[in-house]
Ligand binder design. Structure first.
Ligand SMILES: Nc1ncnc2c1ncn2[C@@H]1O[C@H](COP(=O)(O)OP(=O)(O)OP(=O)(O)O)[C@@H](O)[C@H]1O
Length: 235
């Protein structure tokens, strides 16, 4: 569904992401892990078009998109939930959702996924809890009917019970056919959800494999987080 091939992304003229290739299949969750500063956010921004890619190819459902503006990639089916969640704080929950609806569409599918938002339809979004605001952000992204959803650190600052709730919703989305690329600080959470996992260090992919394999190998995970490749550490 999404294929990233040999993609490099610069920030302020510095090479941050270098030669990254990865794949997100339809109806699956792919975790992207790595230490702070590894380049995960920069990669997601390159994929969604928030930052230009300096080289490489990005293909979404068979269409090359790396030269398209961000809004055209969104229209082609790519949604990006950025790291610092934002809702229109003064607007009601319902109006936040309505503003994200395509013409003729309704927010119903968001309420199916997050019934807790139904009770808050009239409340100004700025008064929702952190978890509810994150649900609203994810819900808004869904209303564009994305083929692929990029989610950056959805659990940041949220209570574990809320994070578990969001994780279940992400899994449900994937089971419904969406390809999800999940950047997550909690490796165990991400690996518990993921069909496939990649680990980045210093701007490159240093590991790829199925989520279960990595979950069961804490030593490997630790060495990858420290930025060593398995061949360097002999793992
Ligand atoms: N505006 C910027 N200009 C220059 N360098 C930046 C800028 N923003 C981030 N960086 C650098 O880019 C590198 C990658 O940052 P990025 O945020 O992509 O990493 P990350 O893996 O998402 O980490 P985190 O989990 O901390 O968000 C870091 O070394 C960071 O210092």
């Amino acid at each position: 569904m999404l294929s990233v091939e040999d993609v490099s992304v610069d920030r302020s003229g510095l090479p941050i992401v270098r030669g990254v290739s990865l794949r997100v299949d339809e109806g699956s969750v792919t975790a992207l892990l790595g230490a702070n500063g590894a380049g995960k956010t920069t990669l997601l921004e390159g994929v969604s078009g928030a930052l230009p890619v300096s080289s490489g190819a990005i293909t979404l459902a068979g269409e090359r998109v790396e030269r398209l503006r961000a809004w055209r990639r969104a229209r082609a089916g790519l949604a990006h939930v950025e790291q610092n969640r934002t809702v229109f704080r003064e607007m009601s929950t319902l109006d936040n959702l309505r503003a994200a609806c395509r013409r003729g569409d309704t927010p119903d599918r968001v309420f199916e996924l997050f019934p807790e938002l139904r009770k808050q339809v009239a409340a100004p979004a700025g008064l929702l809890s952190g978890g509810e605001q994150q649900m609203l952000v994810v819900g808004r992204a869904l209303l564009g009917r994305p083929k692929v959803l990029l989610i950056d650190e959805m659990s940041l600052g949220l209570a574990p019970i809320v994070v578990a709730r969001l994780a279940a919703a992400v899994r449900a989305l994937a089971d419904d056919g969406v390809g999800v690329l999940l950047v997550e600080q909690f490796a165990t959470l991400a690996l518990g959800l993921a069909d496939r996992a990649y680990v980045m260090a210093r701007g490159r992919i240093v590991f790829s494999g199925d989520g279960g394999g990595l979950r069961g190998d804490e030593d490997l995970l630790r060495s990858l987080y420290l930025g060593d490749t398995p061949s360097e550490t002999g793992v």
